[in-house]
Design a protein around this ligand. Structure first.
Ligand code: FAD
Length: 385
């Protein structure tokens, strides 16, 4: 029998320690209880060093099928009940905190999430808002970096927006955190090719350098364009991202496949196209692969690695080349009412639009008219920066 320890004073949260040789059945049983919305599993490897915690191994939800990976010698699991009152509002929260009176949040964790061969650095930053700055999937937070605005001496820095990469429950499922996926903006002198630290991005460097416990001024939440339409739980959602544009989709996909939200039981198709430079630059790849394994009928995942793969013309593989490869299916899905989302750097849109236009013309359709219709039907969602 597993020893079950309930955290003092935390009615919503329980934790249990399984003994060595413990089976995973206790976690399964706990995860299937009606109140359970997620299980966070931390893995201890006593054989290497006594009770050394080597990081959070796996996150399961009441919807996850258990994998054999869980047959480990010792597992610490937290069974968390999602604060379901976050489902009750009928309208998304908007601008609860404004630049003149921002909320002072705390950095909970900051982790570099790209490998050594990725060009540039991207961090997953968890911000503790204490439940005071609720948001919906697809919204953004504003961040006011500390210091003086270099363009207006004596004035504070201006707000920078960041798409939220978690669901409204946050990565800990308790509704008290929001996660950001931030790429460090660096500046290379075009003549010397050398990095110029004086011209580095102010806010992204502040966030990527932040440490747990640091304070961060946040505003928002803001944005309605990228909210996940939940009226039809059988809908199709085609998500196109370059780099950190993945952030809102990570939130959508956790809501669809990781959390067990009584008001949103996704039964449609989510199709993610992610474009990054190389394998080391892939973001949240393990999460997506696990959804692919668990929900092969509901989740498709295609990646374009511009520095590793070639398109059919022998050029670099960009996300629009993947869209072209599947254009027949994509156009059919759009005709059937699918939503299509684009998020990432502004520069991604012209190439994608040209591809969609060319494909439409090859099919004897007018892209301009099709686009108008998609916009009118609220199927077209773009957030680029
Ligand atoms: P800034 O200080 O604003 O500088 C901007 C750029 O100018 C930098 O590349 C910097 O190196 C360069 N620069 C600075 N000084 C000079 C100079 N003298 N000469 C030439 N160049 C100079 N970003 C993410 O990483 N993740 C997200 O999820 C995300 N979501 C967003 C969502 C929305 C809706 C929007 C609008 C933007 C989003 N962004 C996101 C972008 C983000 O808001 C910032 O623009 C980005 O992080 C750069 O901000 P910064 O303060 O670091 O750079």
């Amino acid at each position: 029998m597993a020893q079950v320890v309930v955290a003092a004073g935390a009615a919503q949260m329980g934790s249990m320690v399984l003994p060595s040789q413990g089976s995973t059945r206790d976690i399964v049983t706990a995860s299937q209880s009606p109140n359970c919305r997620g299980v966070r599993v931390q893995v201890l490897w006593p054989q290497f060093s006594r009770n050394k915690f080597l990081g959070e191994g796996l996150e399961l939800s009441a919807r996850s099928r258990l994998s054999t990976q869980l047959r480990l010698t010792k597992i610490y699991a937290k069974v968390v009940t999602i604060p379901i009152e976050l489902e009750e509002a009928t309208e998304p929260p908007i601008n609860l905190f404004k630049p003149k009176e921002p909320y002072t949040a705390t950095i909970k964790s900051n982790q570099k999430i790209v490998g050594p061969k990725a060009p540039g650095e991207t961090c997953h930053i968890v911000i503790d808002h204490g439940g005071n700055v609720p948001y919906w999937e697809g919204q953004s937070y504003g961040v006011i970096p500390p210091g003086e605005n270099p363009k207006k001496p004596g004035m504070p820095n201006t707000v920078r927006l960041y798409s939220i990469a978690s669901t409204r429950y946050g990565d800990d499922f308790d509704g008290k955190t929001a996660s950001l996926c931030v790429r460090r903006a660096v500046y290379y002198d075009p003549e010397t090719g050398k990095e110029d630290p004086a011209k580095k991005g102010i806010c992204s460097n502040f966030l990527c350098d932040s440490k747990p416990g640091d304070k961060v001024l946040i505003t928002g939440p803001s944005g309605k364009v990228m909210l996940l339409p939940e009226d039809d739980q059988k809908a199709c959602h085609i998500m196109v991202a370059t780099g950190t544009g993945i952030a809102p989709y990570r939130g959508y996909l956790r809501r669809m496949f990781m959390e067990n939200v009584p008001t949103f039981k996704f039964e449609g198709l989510a199709w993610l196209f992610l474009g990054v430079a190389n394998t080391d630059s892939l973001l949240y790849n393990e999460e997506f692969i696990s959804y692919q394994k668990q929900y092969p009928k509901n989740f498709r995942y295609d990646i374009a690695l511009s520095r590793e793969q070639l398109n059919k013309k022998g050029g670099k593989m960009y996300v629009q080349d993947k869209i072209e490869e599947y254009s027949e299916e994509i156009f059919k899905l759009l005709d059937g009412g699918a939503h299509i989302y684009f998020c990432g750097l502004k520069g991604m849109m012209p190439g994608i639009q040209d591809t969609l236009k060319r494909v439409a013309e090859e099919r004897g359709e007018s892209w301009d008219q099709k686009l108008l219709k998609l916009k009118k039907n609220k199927q077209w969602h773009v957030e680029v920066y």
